[in-house]
Design a binder for this molecule. Structure first.
Ligand SMILES: [Zn+2]
Ligand SMILES: [Zn+2]
Ligand SMILES: [Zn+2]
Ligand SMILES: [Zn+2]
Ligand SMILES: [Zn+2]
Ligand SMILES: [Zn+2]
Ligand SMILES: [Zn+2]
Length: 288
């Protein structure tokens, strides 16, 4: 870590210089022999030992103490900002806070384009940063500026593209499928089948020619239609006849069942009557 590197004004006095790192003392410790060094420089010199040798006069020692008075003095030293253009001057203790917002300090572009720009130039950079986001003129979605051409050519749903079939109409990319749809599109060049295909017209052609076809083939279409009607009628009649026959069969079957059950009923009635007469005879005999 070492001492503080800063632009001291007036220049750093020797008494505040660390003899190890030659920078301004940071968290200084004082040795028994009265010399000071940064606490991190001291730790480095001592290594893993519990004794050490003073780097100024080679005195052996095993003890240091924190020199808070000198620490305060060092922090109160006057400094200028490290950037020449910057007018800031102040105590060392405030330097770090200043540097964190110094307009002349270089910072990384927040768009992560890897450019380092002075804070003061950031706004200017953001306008031309290759990774800046820009709203697409067509769909409004924000796209990295350098990707805009690709976005237009490949992805943008609202970008006007030429119809691949008619080659003339410019339609939004997202509506191209609707434009060339065979059933309800409006591309004049898409080949569509004749509406009368269900009654046998096999003609198909570009949508723009269909009006002509319907005019030309009007008679043919009507003839097909009439043939189809006759066919349907015949089929219908046959279906009806077939139904009627089935119905008759069902009715006669029902009639037959009713007759059968009526016979059975009168048979049962007759038997019941016989049994009643027989019972009365028995009664009369026992009373007599
Ligand atoms: Zn040092
Ligand atoms: Zn010493
Ligand atoms: Zn500054
Ligand atoms: Zn950038
Ligand atoms: Zn777009
Ligand atoms: Zn088209
Ligand atoms: Zn047709």
């Amino acid at each position: 870590m070492g001492g503080y590197e800063a632009n001291f004004n007036p220049p750093l006095e020797d008494k505040y210089k660390c003899p190890v790192c030659l920078a301004a003392l940071r968290d200084p410790v004082q040795t028994k022999c009265g010399h000071r060094l940064c606490s991190s420089c001291f730790k480095q010199i001592r290594g893993g030992n519990w004794y050490f040798r003073c780097p100024v006069d080679n005195t052996w020692s095993n003890h240091v103490f924190d020199d808070n008075a000198v620490q305060r003095e060092v922090l109160s030293l006057q400094t200028n900002c490290e950037f020449d253009k910057c007018q800031w001057a102040g105590e060392l203790r405030d330097l770090q806070a200043h540097l964190e917002q110094c307009e002349y300090d270089k910072i990384e572009c927040p768009n992560k384009c890897k450019a380092e720009v002075m804070r003061i130039d950031l706004d200017k950079h953001l306008i031309e940063c290759p990774l800046r986001l820009e709203a697409c003129d067509h769909c409004g979605i924000e796209i990295v500026a350098t990707q805009m051409v690709r976005h237009h050519l490949v992805d943008c749903p609202k970008f006007p593209v030429k119809c691949p079939v008619c080659g003339e109409v410019e339609v939004m990319r997202e509506t191209i499928n609707a434009h060339v749809n065979i059933i309800n599109g409006d591309c004049p060049m898409v080949v569509v089948p004749c509406s009368f295909r269900h009654i046998g017209c096999m003609f198909q052609g570009p949508r723009s020619q269909m009006r002509e076809h319907y005019a030309e083939a009007n008679t043919q279409h009507l003839m097909n239609l009439s043939t189809r009607l006759v066919d349907l009628e015949t089929k219908h009649r046959l279906d009806l006849e077939c139904c009627a026959k089935k119905f008759e069969l069902i009715v006669s079957d029902l009639k037959h069942r009713i007759e059968q059950s009526e016979q059975r009923n009168s048979q049962l009635e007759y038997e019941l009557n016989e049994k009643r007469l027989f019972a009365e005879k028995i009664k009369n005999l026992t009373h007599a």
